[in-house]
Design a protein around this ligand. Structure first.
Ligand code: ATP
Ligand code: MG
Length: 449
């Protein structure tokens, strides 16, 4: 259902009013119009206007104005703490580097400004009094659920190769189809992505991976994924010859991606977790095996994410999850607590979530049972968190000082005692209570002495 009336937030309406009062056309444009029309809350509100950058600045004298990209006509104005990006109507010049226009020209025509935008659903403008301006049929494509380039797809990708991934990203996030001509051009022009910076690719690919239809899009456009990450190509069609797997490695991977919660770390870990499998396949009477694949996957993940210039935090976490994804869980609290002790709660939780996604993408005949086990582990970890269970020296009811007071000499021995007590508490052999722990130590010293 498309909604015809859009009510921009008050600061955005104020920006439009101020520009209009100074005699300039002004509209909300792009993603916010698309999202408002499909009934979703826009996360930012961009404006486009006939006013040139100087005139925009003059209109907002007294407001905090950030000259975001003045040479491209973009100014950010802060109204009631809300940053609003305002861009002068513009036509992009020649794109010699398949990345950015060599120059931009300002124009008085809104239609010309909309024509430079990537997809029809992103090329609509709206003004509360003038209504929707939609020269390229964006509203119709939005209703039908179609991503189509504005103009000739091949030319638009030649201008800016990133649009190839953006088309796939919007299709994955909105669960839309990609129009036939646009899809064809994505395949034929995919190597233009070699001209695009790693950071921009990473941004789009991460959003794509987190999209509801990531599996469908990456099935149809695996060639694009392998253009950016050729190290994933060996997974394609790789038969696992294993009773636990109904799917080849790539299909399994995409199913794991879509089964994982839509968060960057988990979706990336799901994409990379089995990337090492094709490199360590062996076969015997029982079928195919992939001994040691997690360690190889980790190295492939490292090189892939390095290339993406992924930040340290995400890199470290994805590598950790990839390395440990094949942990065999035995259903005990003891194993869970050891895991938390080693990698912390958050990572342990993610590891179980990845495990569940992995299981969900395995052979159907084991799935229900293994999913139930996986849910039990997650519930068990929740309960441990809820109970604030002791899994670190910080939480132990006894300190080094307490042991000193018992006469244990300062230094290494104290640490050994503390670790022993922690293990006893984690394994449930002792309660985490000061007197019980000290009593245990006294008794052991007595036995030794
Ligand atoms: P979201 O912010 O939800 O990711 P968006 O559509 O707002 O989606 P942005 O990257 O913020 O995407 O860009 C804002 C608008 O600028 C787009 O809607 C589109 O009209 C235009 N645009 C952005 N990137 C490009 C591009 N590479 N080529 C052509 N037009 C683009
Ligand atoms: Mg946006």
């Amino acid at each position: 259902m498309t909604k015809l009336q859009i009510t921009p937030p008050a600061p955005v309406q104020r920006a439009l009013d101020l520009l209009n009062a100074a005699g300039f056309e002004a509209y909300i444009v792009g993603g916010c119009v698309r999202d408002a029309l499909r009934g979703a809350e826009p996360h930012d509100w961009d404006c486009t206007t006939a006013a040139k950058p100087d005139a925009i600045c003059a209109c907002f004298r007294g407001f905090h104005v950030i000259e975001t990209g003045l040479q491209h006509g973009t100014v950010t104005v802060v109204i009631d703490k809300m940053p609003i990006e305002i861009t002068t109507y513009r036509i992009d010049g020649v794109y010699a580097d398949h990345r950015r226009p060599d120059s931009v020209t300002f124009t008085d025509s809104l239609t010309e400004d909309l024509a430079r935008r990537d997809f029809t659903v992103n090329a609509m403008a709206y003004h509360p009094e003038n209504g929707l301006i939609d020269p390229f049929g964006g509203a119709e494509d939005l209703k039908r659920g179609v991503i189509a380039c504005v103009g000739k797809a091949e030319d638009r990708f030649e201008e800016d190769g990133l649009r190839i991934l953006r088309a796939m990203r919007f299709a994955a996030v909105l669960d839309f189809e990609i129009a036939e001509e646009t899809a064809r051009a994505i395949h034929t022009k995919r190597t233009l992505l070699h001209h695009i910076s790693a950071e921009r690719i990473d941004t789009e690919l991460t959003k794509l991976l987190c999209g509801a239809a990531a599996e469908r899009v990456l099935t149809a456009f695996s060639d694009v994924l392998f253009t950016v990450l050729p190290e994933l190509q060996p997974m394609y069609g790789f038969d696992q010859k294993n009773p636990y797997h109904d799917y080849d490695v790539y299909t399994h991977t995409l199913k794991a991606v879509s089964a994982a919660p839509p968060e960057p770390v988990l979706r990336w870990a799901a994409l990379l977790h089995d990337s090492g499998k094709p490199h360590c396949f062996t076969e015997d009477g029982r079928g195919g095996h992939f001994y040691g694949h997690a360690a190889i996957s980790k190295e492939i993940a490292r090189s892939a994410l390095h290339k993406m210039k992924c930040d340290r935090k995400r890199l470290d976490r994805v590598l950790l999850l990839t390395e440990l994804h094949d942990t065999v869980w035995n259903g005990t609290e003891k194993q869970l607590k050891r895991t938390v002790q080693k990698i912390g709660f958050e990572a342990a939780y993610q590891l179980l979530q990845l495990h569940k996604a992995d299981v969900a993408a395995q052979a159907a005949r084991f799935r229900a049972e293994r999913l139930a086990e996986s849910d039990e582990l997650l519930a068990m970890l929740d309960a441990l968190r809820e109970a604030d269970a002791c899994m670190s020296l910080k939480k132990l009811a006894v300190t080094g000082g307490d042991l000193l007071a018992l006469g244990i000499p300062q230094g290494r021995e104290i640490g050994q005692w503390l670790r022993l007590l922690l293990e006893q508490v984690m394994d449930g052999a002792l309660p985490n209570e000061q007197e019980a722990l000290l009593q245990y130590v006294r008794q052991r010293i007595g036995e030794k002495g």
